[in-house]
Each structure stands twice: as structure tokens, then as C-alpha cells.
Write a new protein. Structure first.
Length: 334
């Protein structure tokens, strides 16, 4: 049975066999496991297994439940080589181009090592075309945060996230002169607007909290594991909010003039968005989300092309910020 919402993967038969053998050499799996992972029928999996056995690979069955589990010897050496197409390499460089703000961190270093391993096994035709592939994607300069100094912090966080280890974060809040200690179960690492954030359960607050990585000066790894709650989902968290500020979702409506309506129509600003076109070419964007402070900042970034319609708290917030800006310019020009 296929998992709801998963996009079927497309593999050639040879590619599917190679990938399947790597799975079988790393763990024991059932026919259902592989049918779900490769998005094919159980009958197709049986045919693939017959091919693997016909080629002389030591596939064995373990009796574990009614269905049984199958496996190759752990770390089996007779695996086919990994092949990569020019277009797949192109996509890999696209991913790297979008993560340049992580330069100097273990994440980009690991990605560079993967790319080097891939390049070492490229066929001559693809290798000769490598320079062109590298130049296809080039990120334009933009405002970014530097994380090179946070490399030790990120190395500890990486270990804690993978092994589900409790940590103590040495964290300094904005406006506070001294750092504070936060015992945390780190659930996930969030990437938001070229920034890194740790999302997890804070034992001091007895609630979920989000911590900006650049404000963490040290991570203490504890020799104690935590269990990830079955109800936790990073996707659900991101789908509720407009940014990172946690607030109960509410109806938000924003009017955009016809001069910028095409920009609003061309992007998805939030999973819940609905667009209503007006007779004069303008649009009204409707969202069900929280984080009014972040929404207000976004509305203000559009200048006179955007107007908050509801909720009243958002309208009041935008008006207040505009009034402050007018007073400030009045002082500066007097």
C-alpha cells in the first residue's frame, strides 16, 4: 500500500535493482517494505528478487512474522556501482548553490565531500562537461548570516539530532546581557530565510521552543536519549505559521493593488492561501495562519501596494508601525 501524499519514484529496472540491493545489504526488509519504498507492486518486487538471485547474489530469508524478512549479508561487497546522470549532477549543484550561506559549517563540508565522491566516478563525457555544469547555477549576492563561527555548535547539534541526545544550550536572548542555559530535546533543525533554528522541547519552559543557532554559544551533549513524540511534525509546524512566531491560526486578509497582483499570483505564500481577483485587477490574499508581527512586517515591505483588511489586530499593528515611521521621518527632516 502506498503512503498517502507520496510522489511515485521513477527508476529504470537496472537502477531499481541496484538501489534495492543497497537497501537489502543495510537492513532486513519485507516485500511490503520494498513495494512501499519503491512505489511498485509486490509482484514486481518478487520479479526483482528473482533477478537478484539469478545473478548469484546471496539473498536470504529470515522468518520474522508471517511475511518474513529478506536481506543480503550486512555490508555486502558485490553491489553494482552508483551511476549518476548529468541532469542529476546538475540538481546536486543547484542544492549546493542554495546553501552557500552555510559555508564553513559541517553541512556544506559534507555536501562538498559527496560531490567530490560523485565527480571521481563520473564517465569521461560527463566529466568533460563538468565546468559547464558547475556554472549553470550561480546564487546572486544577498543578505545572509554567517555560520562559520558556529561550526563547533553545529557539529554537536548534528550529533544530538541524529542520535536523539538531550542537550543544554548556552543561549543569549536579544536584549539580555548574559547567556542562559536551556535543557532541550532537539527535534529538528529548521531552515528559514537563510537562517538556522533548533526546534525542540525546552524542559525549563515545559513547552516547544525555537532557538536561533547564531545565538547559541555552546552545546553540551548529555548522555541521555529522548523519545520523539509521535505527534511531532516539522511540516505541521511550518504549515500553521507565517514565519517562526507561534500563535493560534486566524483569518488574515490582505489587499494588493493591480500593479503587484501578478507577483502575488505567481507564488505560494502559505499552504492555506486563497486568492480572490477584483474587477480592477487587484487581488485579495486570504490566509489562515498565526504570527501577526511577521505578517505586518511583510505587508509593510510592499509599501503602498498592500493593505491589511483583517483581523482588526493586524490592521491596528500595521497602522501603529506606519505612524512610528512617519513620526521618525518627521523628526529627521525637521
Amino acid at each position: 500500500m502506498r503512503r498517502k501524499g507520496r510522489v511515485p519514484k521513477t527508476f529504470s529496472q537496472a537502477d531499481r535493482l541496484a538501489r534495492m540491493m543497497r537497501v537489502l545489504s543495510s537492513r532486513s526488509v519485507t516485500i511490503s517494505d520494498l513495494a512501499d519504498e519503491f512505489q511498485v507492486s509486490r509482484r514486481q518486487i518478487r520479479r526483482n528478487w528473482s533477478r537478484i538471485e539469478e545473478q548469484g547474489h546471496p539473498l536470504s530469508k529470515e522468518l520474522d512474522g508471517a511475511e518474513g524478512c529478506w536481506a543480503l549479508p550486512l555490508g555486502y561487497k558485490g553491489l553494482p556501482p552508483i551511476t549518476i546522470l548529468s541532469y542529476e549532477l546538475l540538481s546536486l549543484y543547484l542544492a549546493k548553490s542554495q546553501l552557500q550561506y552555510l559555508e564553513g559549517t559541517p553541512f556544506l563540508a559534507d555536501l562538498d565531500q559527496i560531490i567530490q565522491k560523485v565527480e571521481a566516478g563520473l564517465p569521461a563525457k560527463t566529466a568533460n562537461h563538468l565546468e559547464r555544469i558547475v556554472q549553470v547555477f550561480h546564487p546572486l549576492p544577498r543578505f545572509k548570516r554567517g555560520y562559520a563561527k558556529q561550526s563547533p555548535v553545529l557539529m554537536h547539534l548534528r550529533k544530538a539530532l541524529l542520535l536523539q541526545l538531550k542537550v543544554v544550550l548556552h543561549y543569549r536572548k536579544p536584549g539580555f546581557p548574559r547567556k542562559q542555559l536551556y535543557p532541550v530535546d532537539p527535534y529538528s533543525l529548521l531552515l528559514y530565510q537563510n537562517g538556522l533554528y533548533v526546534r525542540g522541547f525546552s524542559h525549563g519552559s515545559n513547552a516547544m521552543r525555537t532557538f536561533a543557532v547564531e545565538r547559541i554559544s555552546q552545546v553540551e551533549l548529555l548522555e541521555e536519549r529522548f523519545e520523539m513524540p509521535s505527534a511531532f511534525s516539522s511540516e505541521d509546524f511550518g504549515g500553521r505559521l507565517f514565519g517562526l512566531i507561534e500563535e493560534a491560526p486566524q483569518r488574515v486578509r490582505i489587499h494588493f493593488t493591480r500593479e503587484v497582483a501578478y507577483q502575488i499570483r505567481e507564488r505560494q505564500w502559505h499552504p492555506t492561501q486563497k486568492l480572490t481577483r477584483q474587477k480592477n485587477g487587484s487581488v485579495i490574499l486570504t490566509l489562515d495562519t498565526g504570527g501577526l508581527d511577521e505578517i505586518a512586517s511583510w505587508i509593510l515591505s510592499w509599501g503602498p501596494q498592500a493593505k491589511a483588511l483583517e483581523p482588526p489586530a493586524l490592521v491596528k499593528l500595521v497602522k501603529r508601525e506606519l505612524s512610528k515611521a512617519i513620526r521618525r521621518y518627521g523628526i529627521l527632516t525637521s
